[in-house]
Design a protein around this ligand. Structure first.
Ligand code: SAM
Ligand code: SF4
Length: 440
Protein backbone atom coordinates (compact mmCIF):
# COMPACT_ATOMS: atom_id res chain seq x y z
CA UNK A 1 0.00 0.00 0.00
CA UNK A 2 1.71 3.12 -1.10
CA UNK A 3 1.66 6.53 0.50
CA UNK A 4 1.76 8.64 -2.60
CA UNK A 5 -0.28 11.71 -3.38
CA UNK A 6 -2.51 11.00 -6.33
CA UNK A 7 -3.98 14.04 -8.05
CA UNK A 8 -7.17 12.80 -9.62
CA UNK A 9 -8.20 15.71 -11.69
CA UNK A 10 -6.73 16.10 -15.11
CA UNK A 11 -8.89 18.55 -17.01
CA UNK A 12 -7.11 21.88 -17.31
CA UNK A 13 -10.34 23.86 -16.98
CA UNK A 14 -9.57 27.42 -15.99
CA UNK A 15 -11.68 28.94 -13.27
CA UNK A 16 -14.50 31.04 -14.56
CA UNK A 17 -13.67 30.31 -18.20
CA UNK A 18 -17.16 28.95 -18.80
CA UNK A 19 -18.78 30.22 -15.64
CA UNK A 20 -18.82 26.64 -14.31
CA UNK A 21 -17.99 25.81 -10.72
CA UNK A 22 -14.65 24.12 -10.31
CA UNK A 23 -13.30 21.57 -7.88
CA UNK A 24 -9.96 19.94 -7.19
CA UNK A 25 -9.57 16.62 -5.39
CA UNK A 26 -6.25 15.62 -3.84
CA UNK A 27 -5.83 12.07 -2.63
CA UNK A 28 -3.32 10.94 -0.02
CA UNK A 29 -2.70 7.33 0.96
CA UNK A 30 -3.81 3.91 -0.14
CA UNK A 31 -5.95 2.48 -2.95
CA UNK A 32 -8.98 2.62 -0.70
CA UNK A 33 -8.63 6.38 -0.57
CA UNK A 34 -8.15 6.53 -4.33
CA UNK A 35 -11.38 4.60 -4.67
CA UNK A 36 -13.24 6.87 -2.21
CA UNK A 37 -11.97 9.85 -4.21
CA UNK A 38 -13.48 8.37 -7.35
CA UNK A 39 -16.85 8.25 -5.62
CA UNK A 40 -16.54 11.87 -4.56
CA UNK A 41 -15.37 12.84 -8.01
CA UNK A 42 -18.54 11.34 -9.42
CA UNK A 43 -20.62 13.41 -6.97
CA UNK A 44 -18.95 16.70 -7.82
CA UNK A 45 -19.30 16.01 -11.53
CA UNK A 46 -23.00 15.26 -11.05
CA UNK A 47 -23.29 18.55 -9.19
CA UNK A 48 -21.94 20.39 -12.24
CA UNK A 49 -18.39 21.03 -11.11
CA UNK A 50 -15.55 20.93 -13.62
CA UNK A 51 -12.44 19.25 -12.29
CA UNK A 52 -9.23 21.22 -12.20
CA UNK A 53 -5.63 20.38 -11.29
CA UNK A 54 -4.53 23.41 -9.35
CA UNK A 55 -5.86 24.71 -6.08
CA UNK A 56 -5.88 28.30 -7.34
CA UNK A 57 -8.29 27.31 -10.14
CA UNK A 58 -10.75 25.64 -7.76
CA UNK A 59 -13.85 26.97 -6.02
CA UNK A 60 -13.91 23.83 -3.91
CA UNK A 61 -10.89 21.83 -2.77
CA UNK A 62 -11.33 18.35 -1.31
CA UNK A 63 -8.40 16.82 0.54
CA UNK A 64 -9.02 13.09 0.90
CA UNK A 65 -6.54 12.05 3.53
CA UNK A 66 -4.54 9.28 5.18
CA UNK A 67 -3.91 8.99 8.93
CA UNK A 68 -1.79 5.86 9.07
CA UNK A 69 1.54 7.60 9.74
CA UNK A 70 2.37 11.01 11.16
CA UNK A 71 4.23 12.16 8.04
CA UNK A 72 0.96 11.76 6.09
CA UNK A 73 -0.69 14.18 8.54
CA UNK A 74 2.23 16.62 8.27
CA UNK A 75 1.84 16.70 4.51
CA UNK A 76 -1.87 17.41 4.77
CA UNK A 77 -1.19 20.24 7.24
CA UNK A 78 1.19 21.76 4.68
CA UNK A 79 -1.59 21.66 2.06
CA UNK A 80 -4.12 23.14 4.52
CA UNK A 81 -1.76 26.04 5.27
CA UNK A 82 -1.38 26.74 1.56
CA UNK A 83 -5.16 26.58 1.07
CA UNK A 84 -5.71 29.06 3.91
CA UNK A 85 -3.43 31.50 2.17
CA UNK A 86 -5.25 31.05 -1.17
CA UNK A 87 -8.57 31.51 0.55
CA UNK A 88 -7.43 34.77 2.15
CA UNK A 89 -6.47 35.94 -1.32
CA UNK A 90 -9.94 34.96 -2.55
CA UNK A 91 -8.64 32.29 -4.92
CA UNK A 92 -10.25 29.29 -3.21
CA UNK A 93 -13.74 29.49 -1.74
CA UNK A 94 -14.36 26.28 0.18
CA UNK A 95 -12.23 23.48 1.59
CA UNK A 96 -13.39 19.99 2.58
CA UNK A 97 -11.30 17.53 4.59
CA UNK A 98 -12.33 13.90 4.07
CA UNK A 99 -10.99 10.39 4.64
CA UNK A 100 -9.08 8.98 7.58
CA UNK A 101 -7.98 12.28 9.15
CA UNK A 102 -11.59 13.41 8.88
CA UNK A 103 -12.59 10.39 10.94
CA UNK A 104 -9.95 10.99 13.61
CA UNK A 105 -10.36 13.09 16.76
CA UNK A 106 -7.63 15.43 15.58
CA UNK A 107 -9.91 16.67 12.79
CA UNK A 108 -11.81 18.98 15.17
CA UNK A 109 -8.64 20.91 16.04
CA UNK A 110 -7.56 21.01 12.37
CA UNK A 111 -10.98 22.27 11.37
CA UNK A 112 -10.67 25.19 13.78
CA UNK A 113 -7.06 26.04 12.99
CA UNK A 114 -7.50 25.96 9.23
CA UNK A 115 -11.17 27.10 9.02
CA UNK A 116 -12.26 24.02 7.10
CA UNK A 117 -15.80 24.20 5.71
CA UNK A 118 -16.65 20.50 5.79
CA UNK A 119 -15.10 17.56 7.63
CA UNK A 120 -16.20 14.03 6.66
CA UNK A 121 -14.94 10.68 7.89
CA UNK A 122 -14.76 7.48 5.91
CA UNK A 123 -18.30 6.37 6.81
CA UNK A 124 -20.17 9.47 5.73
CA UNK A 125 -18.45 10.40 2.48
CA UNK A 126 -21.90 10.40 0.89
CA UNK A 127 -22.72 13.59 2.86
CA UNK A 128 -20.55 15.43 0.37
CA UNK A 129 -23.50 15.14 -2.02
CA UNK A 130 -25.60 17.55 0.04
CA UNK A 131 -22.65 19.92 0.48
CA UNK A 132 -22.24 20.28 -3.29
CA UNK A 133 -25.97 20.78 -3.84
CA UNK A 134 -27.13 17.28 -4.81
CA UNK A 135 -30.15 15.62 -3.23
CA UNK A 136 -29.22 13.82 -0.01
CA UNK A 137 -28.10 10.28 -0.80
CA UNK A 138 -27.95 7.14 1.24
CA UNK A 139 -24.62 5.43 1.78
CA UNK A 140 -23.78 2.74 -0.73
CA UNK A 141 -20.59 0.73 -1.00
CA UNK A 142 -19.69 1.57 -4.51
CA UNK A 143 -22.12 3.58 -6.50
CA UNK A 144 -21.92 2.41 -10.07
CA UNK A 145 -18.70 3.89 -11.23
CA UNK A 146 -18.39 3.08 -14.90
CA UNK A 147 -14.72 2.27 -14.68
CA UNK A 148 -12.25 4.02 -12.47
CA UNK A 149 -8.66 4.79 -13.43
CA UNK A 150 -9.67 5.59 -16.97
CA UNK A 151 -12.14 2.81 -17.59
CA UNK A 152 -9.93 -0.18 -18.31
CA UNK A 153 -8.96 -0.66 -14.69
CA UNK A 154 -11.41 -0.67 -11.77
CA UNK A 155 -11.34 -1.10 -8.01
CA UNK A 156 -14.22 -2.99 -6.43
CA UNK A 157 -14.64 -2.72 -2.66
CA UNK A 158 -15.59 -6.09 -1.17
CA UNK A 159 -15.30 -5.17 2.50
CA UNK A 160 -14.75 -2.13 4.65
CA UNK A 161 -13.15 -1.74 8.10
CA UNK A 162 -11.03 -4.24 10.00
CA UNK A 163 -11.62 -6.58 12.96
CA UNK A 164 -7.96 -6.79 13.98
CA UNK A 165 -6.42 -4.58 16.64
CA UNK A 166 -2.79 -4.37 15.61
CA UNK A 167 -0.88 -2.48 18.31
CA UNK A 168 0.32 0.30 15.99
CA UNK A 169 -2.65 0.75 13.67
CA UNK A 170 -5.27 3.50 13.58
CA UNK A 171 -7.29 1.91 10.77
CA UNK A 172 -9.86 0.12 12.99
CA UNK A 173 -10.49 3.44 14.77
CA UNK A 174 -11.00 5.49 11.62
CA UNK A 175 -12.60 2.86 9.39
CA UNK A 176 -14.55 0.82 11.96
CA UNK A 177 -15.20 -2.90 12.16
CA UNK A 178 -15.33 -5.19 9.16
CA UNK A 179 -18.43 -5.14 7.02
CA UNK A 180 -18.52 -7.57 4.10
CA UNK A 181 -20.41 -6.82 0.96
CA UNK A 182 -22.81 -9.45 -0.41
CA UNK A 183 -21.42 -11.74 -3.10
CA UNK A 184 -24.22 -10.95 -5.60
CA UNK A 185 -23.58 -7.26 -5.19
CA UNK A 186 -19.84 -7.68 -5.92
CA UNK A 187 -20.48 -9.98 -8.88
CA UNK A 188 -23.15 -7.62 -10.23
CA UNK A 189 -20.73 -4.72 -10.16
CA UNK A 190 -17.94 -6.76 -11.76
CA UNK A 191 -20.26 -7.87 -14.56
CA UNK A 192 -21.39 -4.30 -15.23
CA UNK A 193 -17.81 -3.06 -15.27
CA UNK A 194 -16.68 -5.82 -17.64
CA UNK A 195 -19.65 -5.16 -19.93
CA UNK A 196 -18.59 -1.50 -19.94
CA UNK A 197 -15.06 -2.35 -21.09
CA UNK A 198 -13.13 -2.83 -17.87
CA UNK A 199 -10.38 -5.38 -18.34
CA UNK A 200 -8.69 -5.34 -14.95
CA UNK A 201 -10.56 -5.64 -11.66
CA UNK A 202 -8.89 -5.18 -8.27
CA UNK A 203 -10.84 -6.44 -5.26
CA UNK A 204 -10.24 -4.02 -2.44
CA UNK A 205 -10.37 -4.02 1.36
CA UNK A 206 -8.14 -3.81 4.46
CA UNK A 207 -8.16 -7.59 4.90
CA UNK A 208 -9.85 -8.93 1.78
CA UNK A 209 -9.08 -12.53 2.63
CA UNK A 210 -11.19 -12.15 5.80
CA UNK A 211 -14.25 -11.66 3.56
CA UNK A 212 -17.14 -13.96 4.55
CA UNK A 213 -20.77 -13.85 3.54
CA UNK A 214 -23.60 -16.33 4.03
CA UNK A 215 -21.28 -19.32 4.30
CA UNK A 216 -19.04 -18.23 1.42
CA UNK A 217 -15.38 -17.42 1.97
CA UNK A 218 -12.96 -15.19 0.13
CA UNK A 219 -11.73 -17.93 -2.18
CA UNK A 220 -15.30 -18.57 -3.38
CA UNK A 221 -15.70 -14.92 -4.21
CA UNK A 222 -12.32 -14.70 -5.93
CA UNK A 223 -13.06 -17.76 -8.06
CA UNK A 224 -16.46 -16.38 -9.03
CA UNK A 225 -14.98 -13.01 -10.00
CA UNK A 226 -12.22 -14.73 -11.96
CA UNK A 227 -14.92 -16.40 -14.08
CA UNK A 228 -16.24 -13.09 -15.37
CA UNK A 229 -13.32 -10.63 -15.25
CA UNK A 230 -10.52 -10.96 -17.81
CA UNK A 231 -7.89 -10.01 -15.21
CA UNK A 232 -8.23 -9.98 -11.41
CA UNK A 233 -6.06 -8.97 -8.49
CA UNK A 234 -6.83 -8.34 -4.82
CA UNK A 235 -5.31 -6.31 -2.02
CA UNK A 236 -4.60 -6.32 0.87
CA UNK A 237 -4.53 -9.62 2.72
CA UNK A 238 -3.85 -10.76 6.28
CA UNK A 239 -1.64 -13.84 6.84
CA UNK A 240 -4.04 -15.21 9.49
CA UNK A 241 -6.88 -15.33 6.97
CA UNK A 242 -4.94 -16.48 3.94
CA UNK A 243 -6.07 -20.00 3.00
CA UNK A 244 -3.90 -22.43 1.05
CA UNK A 245 -6.89 -22.87 -1.24
CA UNK A 246 -6.67 -19.21 -2.24
CA UNK A 247 -2.93 -19.44 -2.81
CA UNK A 248 -3.43 -22.45 -5.06
CA UNK A 249 -6.24 -20.70 -6.94
CA UNK A 250 -3.84 -17.87 -7.78
CA UNK A 251 -1.60 -20.39 -9.52
CA UNK A 252 -4.38 -22.36 -11.19
CA UNK A 253 -6.72 -19.72 -12.49
CA UNK A 254 -5.63 -18.09 -15.73
CA UNK A 255 -7.39 -14.80 -15.07
CA UNK A 256 -5.85 -14.15 -11.62
CA UNK A 257 -2.66 -12.09 -11.64
CA UNK A 258 0.05 -14.12 -9.91
CA UNK A 259 0.96 -11.40 -7.49
CA UNK A 260 0.45 -11.66 -3.74
CA UNK A 261 0.66 -8.79 -1.28
CA UNK A 262 0.84 -10.33 2.18
CA UNK A 263 2.00 -7.92 4.91
CA UNK A 264 4.21 -9.64 7.49
CA UNK A 265 5.29 -6.58 9.58
CA UNK A 266 8.10 -8.42 11.42
CA UNK A 267 10.08 -11.65 11.32
CA UNK A 268 10.25 -11.92 15.10
CA UNK A 269 7.63 -13.99 16.94
CA UNK A 270 8.10 -11.78 19.97
CA UNK A 271 7.28 -8.65 17.98
CA UNK A 272 4.42 -10.33 16.12
CA UNK A 273 2.91 -11.09 19.51
CA UNK A 274 3.39 -7.53 20.78
CA UNK A 275 1.79 -6.31 17.55
CA UNK A 276 -1.19 -8.73 18.02
CA UNK A 277 -0.75 -10.07 14.50
CA UNK A 278 -2.08 -13.52 15.40
CA UNK A 279 0.54 -15.65 13.58
CA UNK A 280 4.15 -16.70 13.98
CA UNK A 281 6.93 -16.24 11.47
CA UNK A 282 7.00 -19.97 10.72
CA UNK A 283 3.34 -19.97 9.71
CA UNK A 284 4.00 -17.04 7.42
CA UNK A 285 6.94 -18.88 5.83
CA UNK A 286 4.72 -21.92 5.21
CA UNK A 287 2.13 -19.75 3.43
CA UNK A 288 4.86 -18.37 1.22
CA UNK A 289 6.05 -21.88 0.38
CA UNK A 290 2.53 -22.75 -0.76
CA UNK A 291 2.38 -19.59 -2.87
CA UNK A 292 5.79 -20.15 -4.45
CA UNK A 293 4.84 -23.72 -5.27
CA UNK A 294 1.48 -22.67 -6.73
CA UNK A 295 2.93 -19.77 -8.75
CA UNK A 296 6.71 -20.22 -9.10
CA UNK A 297 7.02 -17.25 -11.43
CA UNK A 298 4.69 -15.06 -9.33
CA UNK A 299 5.59 -11.94 -7.36
CA UNK A 300 5.36 -11.50 -3.63
CA UNK A 301 5.27 -8.22 -1.75
CA UNK A 302 4.87 -7.31 1.89
CA UNK A 303 4.73 -4.52 4.47
CA UNK A 304 7.36 -4.31 7.21
CA UNK A 305 7.50 -1.96 10.19
CA UNK A 306 10.92 -1.15 11.64
CA UNK A 307 11.40 0.41 15.06
CA UNK A 308 8.13 -0.65 16.73
CA UNK A 309 8.53 0.05 20.50
CA UNK A 310 10.54 -2.72 22.11
CA UNK A 311 12.12 -3.98 18.87
CA UNK A 312 15.58 -5.32 19.75
CA UNK A 313 18.58 -6.05 17.55
CA UNK A 314 17.69 -9.74 17.73
CA UNK A 315 14.12 -9.01 16.54
CA UNK A 316 15.54 -7.01 13.67
CA UNK A 317 17.94 -9.85 12.75
CA UNK A 318 14.97 -12.19 12.58
CA UNK A 319 13.20 -9.82 10.22
CA UNK A 320 16.27 -9.78 7.97
CA UNK A 321 16.31 -13.58 8.03
CA UNK A 322 12.66 -13.78 7.06
CA UNK A 323 13.19 -11.27 4.25
CA UNK A 324 16.00 -13.45 2.93
CA UNK A 325 13.98 -16.67 3.22
CA UNK A 326 10.89 -15.28 1.54
CA UNK A 327 12.86 -13.43 -1.19
CA UNK A 328 10.22 -10.72 -1.55
CA UNK A 329 9.94 -9.13 -4.97
CA UNK A 330 9.14 -5.83 -3.27
CA UNK A 331 8.28 -4.46 0.14
CA UNK A 332 6.83 -1.33 1.67
CA UNK A 333 9.07 -0.65 4.64
CA UNK A 334 7.71 1.75 7.23
CA UNK A 335 9.42 3.42 10.16
CA UNK A 336 7.15 3.06 13.17
CA UNK A 337 5.01 6.16 13.63
CA UNK A 338 3.16 6.53 16.95
CA UNK A 339 -0.56 7.14 16.42
CA UNK A 340 -2.49 8.64 19.28
CA UNK A 341 -5.18 6.20 20.46
CA UNK A 342 -3.24 3.07 19.51
CA UNK A 343 -1.67 0.74 22.04
CA UNK A 344 1.85 1.11 20.65
CA UNK A 345 1.81 4.89 21.09
CA UNK A 346 2.13 4.43 24.85
CA UNK A 347 4.38 1.38 24.94
CA UNK A 348 7.86 1.73 26.46
CA UNK A 349 11.02 0.91 24.54
CA UNK A 350 11.15 3.69 21.96
CA UNK A 351 13.82 2.87 19.37
CA UNK A 352 16.20 5.80 18.73
CA UNK A 353 15.81 7.48 15.32
CA UNK A 354 19.35 6.64 14.20
CA UNK A 355 18.77 2.95 14.96
CA UNK A 356 15.44 2.99 13.12
CA UNK A 357 17.13 4.57 10.11
CA UNK A 358 19.88 1.95 10.05
CA UNK A 359 17.41 -0.91 10.38
CA UNK A 360 15.26 0.62 7.66
CA UNK A 361 18.22 0.73 5.27
CA UNK A 362 19.30 -2.81 6.15
CA UNK A 363 15.86 -4.22 5.41
CA UNK A 364 15.62 -2.15 2.23
CA UNK A 365 19.02 -3.38 1.01
CA UNK A 366 18.06 -6.98 1.71
CA UNK A 367 14.75 -6.64 -0.15
CA UNK A 368 16.38 -4.92 -3.13
CA UNK A 369 19.14 -7.53 -3.43
CA UNK A 370 16.62 -10.36 -3.51
CA UNK A 371 14.33 -8.53 -5.89
CA UNK A 372 17.20 -7.72 -8.24
CA UNK A 373 18.31 -11.36 -8.34
CA UNK A 374 14.79 -12.59 -8.99
CA UNK A 375 14.15 -9.95 -11.68
CA UNK A 376 17.33 -10.93 -13.52
CA UNK A 377 15.78 -14.34 -14.16
CA UNK A 378 13.13 -12.68 -16.31
CA UNK A 379 15.68 -11.15 -18.69
CA UNK A 380 15.60 -12.72 -22.17
CA UNK A 381 12.06 -14.05 -21.88
CA UNK A 382 9.10 -12.84 -23.91
CA UNK A 383 6.12 -11.65 -21.89
CA UNK A 384 2.53 -10.67 -22.42
CA UNK A 385 2.30 -7.20 -20.91
CA UNK A 386 -0.93 -5.51 -19.86
CA UNK A 387 -0.56 -1.75 -20.39
CA UNK A 388 -1.60 0.06 -17.21
CA UNK A 389 -0.44 3.57 -18.07
CA UNK A 390 0.08 4.82 -21.60
CA UNK A 391 3.44 6.02 -22.84
CA UNK A 392 5.00 9.16 -21.43
CA UNK A 393 7.29 11.65 -23.23
CA UNK A 394 10.09 9.09 -23.36
CA UNK A 395 7.81 6.76 -25.36
CA UNK A 396 7.62 4.17 -22.57
CA UNK A 397 4.41 2.77 -21.19
CA UNK A 398 4.08 1.07 -17.80
CA UNK A 399 2.68 -2.40 -17.89
CA UNK A 400 2.35 -5.57 -15.87
CA UNK A 401 3.06 -9.21 -16.68
CA UNK A 402 0.79 -12.04 -15.58
CA UNK A 403 3.43 -12.74 -12.94
CA UNK A 404 2.76 -9.26 -11.51
CA UNK A 405 6.10 -7.72 -12.55
CA UNK A 406 6.06 -4.04 -13.44
CA UNK A 407 7.51 -3.44 -16.91
CA UNK A 408 8.57 -0.32 -18.80
CA UNK A 409 7.92 -1.01 -22.46
CA UNK A 410 8.48 1.06 -25.59
CA UNK A 411 5.01 1.17 -27.10
CA UNK A 412 2.20 3.57 -27.81
CA UNK A 413 -0.40 0.85 -27.15
CA UNK A 414 -3.41 2.18 -25.25
CA UNK A 415 -3.96 1.46 -21.54
CA UNK A 416 -6.03 -1.67 -21.14
CA UNK A 417 -4.50 -3.44 -24.15
CA UNK A 418 -1.75 -6.07 -24.15
CA UNK A 419 1.51 -6.32 -26.06
CA UNK A 420 4.18 -9.02 -26.29
CA UNK A 421 7.76 -7.96 -25.79
CA UNK A 422 11.12 -9.35 -24.79
CA UNK A 423 12.59 -8.36 -21.41
CA UNK A 424 15.97 -6.76 -22.11
CA UNK A 425 17.11 -5.79 -18.64
CA UNK A 426 15.93 -5.54 -15.05
CA UNK A 427 16.48 -3.42 -11.97
CA UNK A 428 15.32 -4.16 -8.43
CA UNK A 429 11.94 -2.51 -8.99
CA UNK A 430 11.08 -2.89 -12.64
CA UNK A 431 11.74 -4.87 -15.83
CA UNK A 432 12.63 -3.14 -19.09
CA UNK A 433 11.25 -4.51 -22.34
CA UNK A 434 12.43 -3.52 -25.77
CA UNK A 435 10.82 -3.17 -29.19
CA UNK A 436 9.14 -4.50 -31.16
CA UNK A 437 6.12 -4.80 -28.95
CA UNK A 438 3.47 -6.57 -30.93
CA UNK A 439 -0.18 -6.19 -29.91
CA UNK A 440 -1.69 -9.38 -28.52
N1 SAM B 1 -4.57 -4.12 6.51
C1 SAM B 1 -3.26 -4.22 6.09
C2 SAM B 1 -2.54 -5.31 6.91
O1 SAM B 1 -3.02 -5.78 7.87
O2 SAM B 1 -1.45 -5.63 6.59
C3 SAM B 1 -2.47 -2.94 6.19
C4 SAM B 1 -3.14 -1.63 6.22
S1 SAM B 1 -2.10 -0.29 6.68
C5 SAM B 1 -3.03 1.01 6.04
C6 SAM B 1 -0.73 -0.39 5.59
C7 SAM B 1 0.56 -0.59 6.29
O3 SAM B 1 0.92 0.57 6.99
C8 SAM B 1 0.61 -1.67 7.34
O4 SAM B 1 0.74 -2.94 6.78
C9 SAM B 1 1.79 -1.29 8.17
O5 SAM B 1 2.97 -1.87 7.69
C10 SAM B 1 1.84 0.22 7.99
N2 SAM B 1 1.47 0.91 9.23
C11 SAM B 1 0.27 0.96 9.80
N3 SAM B 1 0.33 1.69 10.94
C12 SAM B 1 1.61 2.12 11.06
C13 SAM B 1 2.31 2.89 12.02
N4 SAM B 1 1.70 3.38 13.10
N5 SAM B 1 3.63 3.11 11.83
C14 SAM B 1 4.26 2.64 10.73
N6 SAM B 1 3.65 1.89 9.80
C15 SAM B 1 2.33 1.62 9.95
FE1 SF4 C 1 -4.37 -2.22 10.65
FE2 SF4 C 1 -3.84 -4.66 11.49
FE3 SF4 C 1 -6.28 -4.10 10.52
FE4 SF4 C 1 -4.18 -4.18 8.87
S1 SF4 C 1 -5.02 -5.90 10.07
S2 SF4 C 1 -5.76 -2.59 8.95
S3 SF4 C 1 -2.55 -3.40 10.12
S4 SF4 C 1 -5.37 -3.30 12.39
Amino acid sequence: MSSTTVPLSSKPAAKGSSGAKTACIRTFGCQMNVHDSDRMRRMIQDAGYAEVQRYEDADLVILNTCYVRENAVDRVKGHLGELNRLRREGRVKRVALTGCIGAAEESAALSQTYHIDLVLGTHNTYELAEFVGLPTMRETYTPELPGTEGGHNAFVTIMTGCNYQCSYCIVPTVRGRMVCRAMESVLGEVERLVAGGTGYVTLLGQTVDAWRHEGKRFCDLLEAVSESAPRVWFTTSHPSNMEDRTLRAIGERDTIVKRLHLPVQSGSDRMLKVMHRGYKAERYRRKIEVFREAAPDGTLSTDIIVGHPGETEEDHEQTLRLVEDCAFDSAYIFKFSPRRGTEAASLPGTVPDAVVQRRFLEVLRQVEQNAFTRNQRKVGGEEEIYIRHGSTEDGKAIGETWSGHAVHVKTDAAPGTCVRARIESAGPHVLYAGEPATPV
